[in-house]
Design a protein around this ligand. Structure first.
Ligand SMILES: [Zn+2]
Length: 253
């Protein structure tokens, strides 16, 4: 596919609220305007604090990949490319990911809560999912999170939140028309890295130098740029462990 100037390639980040084990509904999120080359979403906790939505970096995030919509001869390379992108995400964020196998499941809005890995990545067709891909939108990524309230021995109520499930859907035909591998500009690797960043909590920015700019530009960086990396640290290992109550966690491993 010839690359013709600016094209709308990525849909917005999506953060869907999930019903909790404790029966509460999490409030809406608000993108934090940082001016630092990245943006994250926050949740207001029951104790009044506002926290950045992120995974517990002290858990291992299991993931599965669906490449069944990719032409047979390209499947091994696509799988390897997706796994390499997850490795890059792990290096940049400090989060730990564990590949637990391929799948034929395609993320849909109704399947995220029950999916059998924490993170599901599908290279698929627009008709296979209700997330809007195709017609120039190459991918869509997001997450759902838990929010809870615990009571301390002294009776103080303490709120908390943690991303619980992530998903990425990529348009197989659209991706297949782009340059395979990583590198600057309109590469398959850049699309995958962009969507994966949404699945761990990054939102779009209006800084064209960053990979989280909502439109893939011919001048897109080679993978995560400085602001992207700063954001990945804010939602990553450097932010410290989250203490997720056992009544909330449903460990998939
Ligand atoms: Zn995006």
């Amino acid at each position: 596919m010839p690359f013709r100037g600016r094209r709308r390639l990525w849909a917005s980040a999506l953060a869907i609220v999930v019903a909790l084990a404790t029966g509460l509904l999490a409030p809406g999120t608000a993108a934090a305007a940082t001016g630092r080359g990245y943006a994250v979403s926050t949740a207001k906790l029951s104790d009044g604090r506002r926290v950045v939505l992120r995974w517990n970096p002290c858990q291992v995030i299991t993931y599965r990949v669906n490449v069944s919509a990719v032409p047979l001869r390209r499947r091994p390379a696509m799988l390897a490319q997706v796994r390499a992108a997850v490795t890059r995400l792990g290096t940049a964020s400090g989060l730990r990911f564990s590949f637990v196998g391929t799948t034929r499941t395609v993320p849909r809005s109704t399947t995220i809560a029950g999916q059998d890995a924490e993170l599901m990545i599908a290279v698929t067709t627009p008709s296979s999912t209700d997330f809007t891909i195709g017609k120039g939108v190459l991918g869509y990524g997001g997450y759902r999170y838990w929010q809870w309230t615990t009571t301390t021995p002294s009776g103080r109520r303490v709120g908390g939140a943690a991303i619980a499930r992530g998903w990425v859907v990529l348009d197989s035909a659209g991706l297949g028309s782009m340059r395979p591998g990583f590198g600057p500009g309109a590469t398959q690797g850049n699309v995958i890295l962009h969507e994966l960043a949404h699945a761990i909590g990054l939102d779009h920015v209006d800084d064209r130098r960053q990979l989280l700019y909502p439109t893939l530009l011919p001048t897109a960086p080679d993978g995560y740029a400085r602001g992207d990396r700063a954001g990945l640290r804010v939602v990553g290992r450097a932010a410290g462990c989250l203490s997720v109550p056992s009544s909330v966690v449903r460990d998939l491993r």
